[in-house]
Write a protein that binds this ligand. Structure first.
Ligand code: SF4
Ligand code: SF4
Length: 159
């Protein structure tokens, strides 16, 4: 719910961030949050509803919210993973965004939930394969300590 912040996020003058996002960017951001599988969107008109429905066919470039978020003047995003995937590709094939999401889901609870542990176990390439090459960090618009996160994920899920 509230993927558009009641519509405020779509307007620079109403958004707390002072920057307008597109509906696709808002939906994509909401769907990338840990544990979110679906998003309810509101619509004032048939036209708005149709625009939301074609999200499924939108290009990755149209859905990319990371660049817009990085320009938000009134918020600090540094160091916070947005699960945007801009750090890809990893030479070891690690899905850094997904591993980081699972790491944060695991750390949010006292004990790592079984579903999270199983999801991690099903990954083709795990954090322990990180070469510490640093290329993901160079590409991250939010200056996330991705290499440190890979080390932490390996400790949490693989030890
Ligand atoms: S580490 Fe950076 S680039 Fe990669 S998913 Fe997180 S925020 Fe995006
Ligand atoms: S530092 Fe590790 S996770 Fe990042 S691109 Fe290199 S091998 Fe992949």
């Amino acid at each position: 719910m509230k993927a558009f912040g009641g519509g405020d996020l779509l307007h620079a003058d109403r958004s707390l961030a002072g920057v307008a996002l597109t509906p696709y960017q808002c939906i994509s951001y909401a769907l990338d949050r840990p544990g979110v599988a679906s998003v309810f969107t509101g619509a004032h008109s048939l036209e708005e509803l149709q625009m939301n429905l074609v999200y499924a066919e939108a290009t990755d470039a149209a859905k990319d919210y990371a660049t817009a978020l990085a320009t938000f003047p009134r918020m600090r995003w540094k160091g916070h993973c947005m699960y945007c995937g801009h750090c890809a590709p990893c030479p070891s094939g690690i899905d850094v965004a997904l591993v980081t999401k699972l790491l944060n889901l695991g750390l949010a609870q006292e004990n790592v939930p079984e579903t999270v542990r199983e999801h991690y176990a099903s990954l083709e390439h795990k954090a322990g394969e990180c070469l510490q090459c640093g290329s993901c960090e160079e590409r991250c618009p939010f200056e996330v300590a991705a290499m440190q996160n890979m080390e932490q994920a390996a400790r949490l899920f693989e030890d």
